[in-house]
Design a protein around this ligand. Sequence first.
Ligand code: ARG
Length: 574
Amino acid sequence: MDFRSQIVTWLAGQTGLERDQIDAWIEIPPQPALGDYAFPCFRLAKHLRRAPAKIAEELAGQARGNIAQLADVQPVQGYLNFFVDRALFVQAAIEHVLASGDGLGRQALGAGQTVVVEYSSPNIAKPFHVGHAFTTILGQAIYRLYDHLGYRTVRVNHLGDYGTQFGKLIVAYRLWGDEQAVAADPIRELLRIYVRFHDEAKERPELEDQAREAFRQLETGSAPEKALWQTFRDLSLKEFSAVYERLGVSFDSYLGESFYSDRIPDVVRLLNERGILIESQGAQVVMLDEYGLPPCIILKSDGTTIYASRDLAAVLYRWEQYRFARNIYVVGTPQALHFRQVFAVLDKAGVEASKNCVHVGFGLVKFPDRKLSTRSGDVIFLSDLLQESVDKTREIIAENARLRQTDMQMAEIDEAAEKIGLGAIVYTFLKNGRERDIVFSWEEMLDFDGDSAPYVQYTYARARSILRKAEAEGQALPGTCAPVLTSEDEFAIAKLLDGFDQAVVRAAELYEPYILLRQVTALARAFNKYYNHEPILKTGDLLLRQSRLALLQAVCQAIRVGLDLVGIGVVERM
Ligand code: ARG
C-alpha cells in the first residue's frame, strides 16, 4: 500500500470516518518542510469535540510506529504533518512497479460489470476525417482503461449507415458512378459524386425528389437499392478498416444506425404505453420541458425515423443484450443536446438504463490553414494525416541516425517512424482535457523536447539503451531495490511511479486519458532530469547501482504500460 493510503487507513481507524472522506481532506503541503502530506485537524474538531491543536498532538503521539514508511509526524498549528521515510518509500514504489509487470495499474474495480464504449462511428461513404480520429483515439483509450480496471467491455462502432443521404448517393451513383473507380478508391469516388449531386441539384431540384424516392425504396427493402447500399457500406468499411488496423483499433460490434431502423416500432410502442408520445405539427414527439430541453422528435410527419429514434432503439437493444453498468458515447460535444434529449426521453419513459448512459464529448479539431467540410469536398482524410506524420517522422529519424552515425537499418527506421509518427498524433489528441479544441501543429507534435509522444518515446529508448549497456557490461539487473535511494530526484520519480495506479483510475472515471498521459510525461521529465546529473552506470557502490538500475527498469515499465494504455507504442531505439 502506498504511503498516502497508509495514512488514510490509519486515520480512518483512529476516527471511525470513511476513508474517502479522510482522503479528500488530505493536503499536499506547499513546502517540503511541512511534510509530504498534511492533515488539517480542524476537520475533526466537531467529530472529536476537541481543539484542532490538541487533536493534532494526540494523533501525532499515536501515529509513530503505527504507519509503515513513516519517518516522522509533527503536529504544527492544528495540522498533522507526515514525513515519509524516503528510502523505504522509493523502494516500495519501485518494487511495486516491477512486481506488477504488464499488469501495472490493473485492478478488479469493474469485476462483474459491463461497460459499453461506443466510439468512432463514422458515416458510410463519407471520409473518415480528423473529427472521427478524435472519437476513435479517445474511445480506444477509454476502452483500454476500463478493460485494465477489470470491467467487461463491449466496443461498439455505431456506423452512420442510414439516412436520406443514401437516397442522394444512389441517384448520384446511377447517374455518374463508375464501378471501377469506386472499387479502386471508394470513399473519394463516392464523395466526388455526392458533391456533384449537391452542385447539380441546385439547378435541377427534381434530383432531390428522386433521392427521396430512392431512400423510400431503400427503407421498404427494395432489392436494387439495398444492393447498392450494401456495396457502399462494405467498401467504406473496408477502407475504414485500414485506418483502424494502423491504429490498432478493433470493435466487438459494428451494428450501425440501419440495424435500428426496424426496431423503431418497439420504441414507439414503449412511448405510447407510457403515454408520453404526442402529436405536434404532424410529427410524433416527446415533450421534455421538465428537463429544460426542446421536444424530441421520434417520427417525422411523413412517418420516417430520425437519428434520435435510432439512438433510443440502440439504448434499449444494448440494455437487453448487455445490462450495462455504463453505456458510454464518445461523440463530439456539438451533439451534447442530442444525447441529453435521448437520455431524457428514456428517463421519462421510466427506462432504468438511462441512468447508466453517459455522453463523453470532445472539442473540435482545427488546422490553422485548412478547413473541414464534407460538402465542399475539401476535407482532411485521417489516412493522409497519419501518412504525413509517419513520413515527416521518418525524415527526422533518418537524419538523426545519420548525424549520430548509428547502425539503424531502413527496416528499423521504418518501424520506428510508424510508431512515433502515429504516436505523435495520438498524443496530440489526448494530451489535454478532451473538451479543449485541438489546433494541429507539426512543430509541436514532432518536437522531441516538448510535451509530445516523440519526447516520451525518446526517453524510453534512452532508458532502455542504458539498461542494455549495463547488461552488455555484465552488470546484473536483479530487479530489486534496496532502501538506499533518497535523493530529491529519486524521490520525485518514486512519487510519480507511486501515483500511476491512481492516475489510471482517475483517467477512467473522468473519461480523461490525459490524466494518465501527463503522469507518464511527468515521469519522463523527472527521469531525464535525474539522468542528466546522475551517471547511473558509473555508480561505484554495488547496492546503490543495482537499485538505480531497478529504478530505471521501473521507469521503463511505467512508461511502456502507460503509453500502451492510451494507444501509443514504444521503440527500443530512435
Ligand atoms: N455518425 C455520427 C457522426 O459521424 C456519430 C454517431 C454518434 N453515435 C450515436 N450513437 N449517435 O456524426
